[in-house]
Each structure stands twice: as C-alpha cells, then as structure tokens.
Design a protein around this ligand. Sequence first.
Ligand SMILES: [Zn+2]
Length: 283
Amino acid sequence: MPELPEVETVCVGLAKVLVGMRFAQVEPRRRDLRVPFPPDLAERLMGRSVVSVTRRAKYILMELDGDDMLLLHLGMSGRLTVGPDNGAPPGKHDHLICRFAGGDGPVVMTFTDPRRFGLCDLLPKAVVSQHKLLRGLGVEPLGPELTPAWLGERLRGKTTTIKAALLDQRLIAGLGNIYVCEALFHAGIRPTRRAGLCSQAQIAKLVPAIRKVLRAAIAAGGSSLRDYAHTDGRLGYFQHQFCVYDREGEPCPGCACSLSKTHGIRRVRQGGRSSFYCATKQV
Ligand SMILES: [Zn+2]
C-alpha cells in the first residue's frame, strides 16, 4: 500500500511534469473505482490547466485553473504514471487515462489500480476542506502543528496503545503501519505501550523520529524520481531500507542487542496488523 512518502513522491513527480499543462483528452475506462467517477469528469477536466499538485494526508490534490480541484487517492494498489505519450494500448488495470497538451509536448497520465480501492473525485475548491474524506483528518506529520507538547496533550490519559494512537487518522493524518513501526523504534517506545503512559521525554523523541523516517523515505523516493521520464514513467514505489519493519528475527540495527539473547526483532499482531520492535531498545 502506498504510504505518505510514496504519495509525496507522486505529487512531486506529477507537479514537475503537469503544472502548466492542460487536459486534452480524458478517458475513464470504467465507471468507478472505490466510488463512481464523477459522471461529468471528462467535460469538467477538458481544457483545464494544472496549477499545482499537493498532498493532504495520502490524498493527492490537483488544483486546476477555474473552480475545480481533482482529488486522487491510490488506495491499496493504485499507481499513477506520467510520461511521454507513446500511444501504447492501455493495460487491463488502467482505469483512467488523461492526455495533456502544452509544455514540452503531449504527456499521458495513467491511473492503474488492480484492486480498485483508489479514488478519483472532482470538487469545487471552496469545499475541499469540507469533503467528507478530508474534514476529519488530523494534523500533518510533517507540518508545524505536530509538536511534542501538542502530542503529549493529546495522548494524556489515552488507554489505547501508542501504535493505535499514531495510526488514528483523526490525530495525525497519513501515518501508516510501516512508518509508525520505524518511528517507534527510533524513539525507543514499544508499540504495545499504553499511549497515556508514554513519558514526555519519549514523546520529545517520538516527534522528530516520525519526521526523520518520513523525510528519509521521501528523500529515497526523490532520488528514484530522476529517471522516471526516460524509463517507464513509474512513480511512487521505491525500495527503502527499514530498521525493524518486516525484519522479524533479524538483529536490531544500531543497538547492542545480542541475537542469542534477544532472538532479534520481534513481531506482534496489533489490530490485525504486524508491529515490529526491538525488546532491548524499545520500552
Ligand atoms: Zn536492539
């Protein structure tokens, strides 16, 4: 599933190519993904120019000239590719194809989504923040509102685990399983710890740890972007080395735990998802 850094990378990649270009052809190849495409999607997009591409949580907001904003979400398996229009026939899972004119010549953006949990909606700019999927979202993990003092206040008295609290999109928006595991590792907090029992010292480590893991992944994604226009135009998925995520039984990097004593990184199921942690470093 694409997480926030992947979505950020997609936004940067789309913005690089599409800002200033206008929709020249819009071809929905089915009626819906997770929800129906707007019935007048093609008519409303045609001729519009792209002003900016930004991100809110894991939603992609493509601002157009005029009144509308295109809202995209990659869901579980969605992928947006953008590149020169070589006239290749669409693949089985290419559900929305948009061709653009202007700039450096014709470009095609393709929304591919085998599992079809993705989303494409078009809404007036004035109501974007009130959209039912956006209005309840918490603070941005890379934004200025997330501070140790703010988070400490929100976690006080909470009886859920810190893992569950950090995954709660109403508190912090866009954090997913992988980066919560990684941030808790760097902060030395066990994912099963009760949120309200995290010390202020732990929270003071946690906030920069969240930013550090996200920024490192975004930087890795950024470096993967360089070649996109010359290869197959794929954006948004990249290899990244994790410290604990999906590394059960491996030695913990960066701390002096001994594999024979600790049996390496542990895995525990929480809320249907796996958490990974080092029992020596994380308390
Ligand atoms: Zn360790």
